[in-house]
Design a protein around this ligand. Structure first.
Ligand code: ADP
Length: 502
């Protein structure tokens, strides 16, 4: 268990600019408190202003001229070293993450592991970064295409995967030869600091990575609007993503957005219900329902709906809420007071406005030590109709809605009937149905007989519709975000040759 607040020394953190840890110009700080027990102060982090952002962007611009010339395999060697440091410090970083974000220790370790996986995977790409050659239409002329770095990238990240998501952005940006300024989420800057410290220790040169922490509307907005930033990579809410995209449009920035989801598990009447139950519990209540791929809707075939609903409610009541550092805890807190209010607001909407049946949960948990944190009882709604608000809007908390369907086509229609398109899953033992759903679900990620969460770093990650703007993170596809194509023609004919004319 976490130590009582009185025994923990609050550390004052600094921004990381041009290889130095620097206090914010304003000298203002934001407190980072443990959401499982707000008496525990994790640290104080800079509330940076646009002046700090300017200094970081200037350092990154300066560093770009040399970093882009470092051969990609050499850049990758540094990243491999960072990966080794992350492995060595995995437990320590996972503990820090549980303290600042609340997710249970096992999941926090998974988050650090994802950063390790991404670092190694992308470092491997340093020896590929493939371009291509093709035949020119004229004789004695050579044609090829190479990847070029873009410049200074502004990275804006959320709190739910505090190390994994920064790694998805920093590592590919760096291996492609870009430099970065990252603005971590207000609630979870420590994990970004830990990741960046590992990169510093691994030998990433000054100015190549810069960290400026602070409020989204101040530091984040300044970064998104900065004229010297050539690319903004954002993960967060659809609402803020739109603002970031509008800013980017004003000075022709490349803009990669990863936003909301309303993910779905579909369960057919022939499914292995025990397996589906485990998938729903993991998808809906893991990370307290605060993953972008969390399963917040379960579409169940009417023949097994009653049975499955009973099975689910029984298990959900047994889930243990608590501090994520306690290994008996199944579900940690949600991130902050604002999240508590938003989630309980949706519970009220489900109950009153929508008229769905609440089977369990629905309240803030305040027994014993839980009263010091942001805990919400895992909540299940049954009799939910596809157009109800709780079935349409992203709740981002431990709340799941059960919706009945008549058959697979009906399930797919319901599943696709939301504005988002991140992740979907189908439980069935019928291979034909599995392929039909795979073909007809409009989501970026689809699972068969597994939950909606569980992305691996070497496959593209992202969604359709309001979830994104067409880009993908992860996989080699992320290199398309962080590099630009240069087409090169070499004419060795010794004379003027005119394409499309000669
Ligand atoms: P979440 O609540 O899921 O973290 P947000 O979209 O609110 O989603 O925040 C994601 C990131 O965007 C955070 O780092 C936040 O500080 C930042 N942010 C919030 N508002 C703005 C803004 N107006 N401009 C740029 N970044 C912002």
């Amino acid at each position: 268990m976490a130590k009582p607040a009185s025994r923990i020394k609050a550390v004052e953190f600094r921004n990381y600019i041009n290889g130095k840890w620097a206090a914010p110009r304003s000298n203002d700080y934001i407190e980072n408190r443990n959401p499982a027990d707000t008496r525990e102060l994790v640290g104080r982090f800079p509330a940076s202003s646009s002046d700090d952002v300017d200094a970081a962007v200037e350092a990154a611009s300066e560093a770009f001229s040399t970093w882009r010339r470092v051969p990609a395999p050499r850049r990758a060697e540094i990243l491999f070293r960072a990966g080794e440091i992350l492995i060595k410090r995995k437990n320590e970083f996972a503990r820090d993450m549980t303290r600042e974000m609340g997710k249970v220790f096992k999941e926090a370790s998974g988050d650090v592991q994802e950063a390790i996986d991404m670092t190694y995977f992308i470092a491997g790409e340093g020896r590929r970064l493939h371009g291509f050659t093709t035949k020119a239409e004229l004789p004695n002329k050579f044609a090829m295409c190479v990847r070029e770095p873009i410049g200074v990238c502004g990275l804006i990240t959320p709190w739910n995967f505090p190390m994994a998501i920064p790694s998805w952005k920093i590592m590919p940006a760096l291996v492609c030869g870009n430099t970065v300024v990252i603005k971590p989420a207000e609630d979870t800057p420590l994990s970004t600091y830990n990741l960046v410290s590992a990169c510093e220790q691994a030998g990433v040169p000054p100015g190549v990575i810069n960290v400026v922490s602070g409020e989204g509307e101040e530091a984040g907005a300044a970064l998104a609007a900065h004229p010297s930033i050539r690319l903004v990579s954002f993960t967060g809410s659809t609402q803020v993503g739109r603002i970031v995209a509008q800013q980017a449009a004003l000075n022709e920035k490349i803009c990669s957005l990863e936003m909301g989801g309303k993910n779905v598990v579909m369960i057919m009447e022939d499914a292995d219900l025990d397996l589906a139950l485990e998938g729903v519990l993991w998808g809906a209540f893991g990370t307290s329902g605060q993953r972008c791929t969390a399963a917040s809707r379960v579409v169940v075939h009417k023949k097994i709906a009653k049975r499955f609903t009973g099975m689910l409610a029984e298990r959900v009541k047994l889930l243990k809420l608590g501090n994520g550092l306690n290994d008996k805890t199944d579900v940690g807190p949600v991130i902050n007071e604002e999240a508590v209010e938003k989630i309980l607001g949706y519970v009220e909407i489900g109950r009153r406005e929508d008229g769905a049946t609440m089977l369990c949960g629905g309240s803030r948990a305040e027994k014993g030590d839980l009263k010091h944190g942001y805990f919400i009882e895992p909540t299940v709604f049954a009799d939910v109709k596809p157009k109800m608000r709780i079935a349409q809007e992203e709740i981002f908390g431990p709340v799941v809605s059960l919706i009945e369907c008549r058959n697979l086509d009906h399930a797919i229609e319901i599943a696709n009937g939301v504005r988002y398109g991140l992740s979907a899953s189908l439980y069935t033992c019928d291979v034909n149905r599995a392929f039909q759903a795979m073909e007809n679900m409009f989501t970026g990620i689809f699972y068969v007989n597994a939950s909606t969460t569980g992305a691996e770093v070497h496959l593209p990650f992202g969604g359709t519709k309001a979830t994104g703007n067409g880009h993908r993170e992860g996989g080699t596809q992320v290199l398309d975000v962080f590099s630009e194509w240069k087409s090169v023609y070499v004419d060795y004919s010794g004379k003027l040759q005119r394409a499309q004319i000669d």
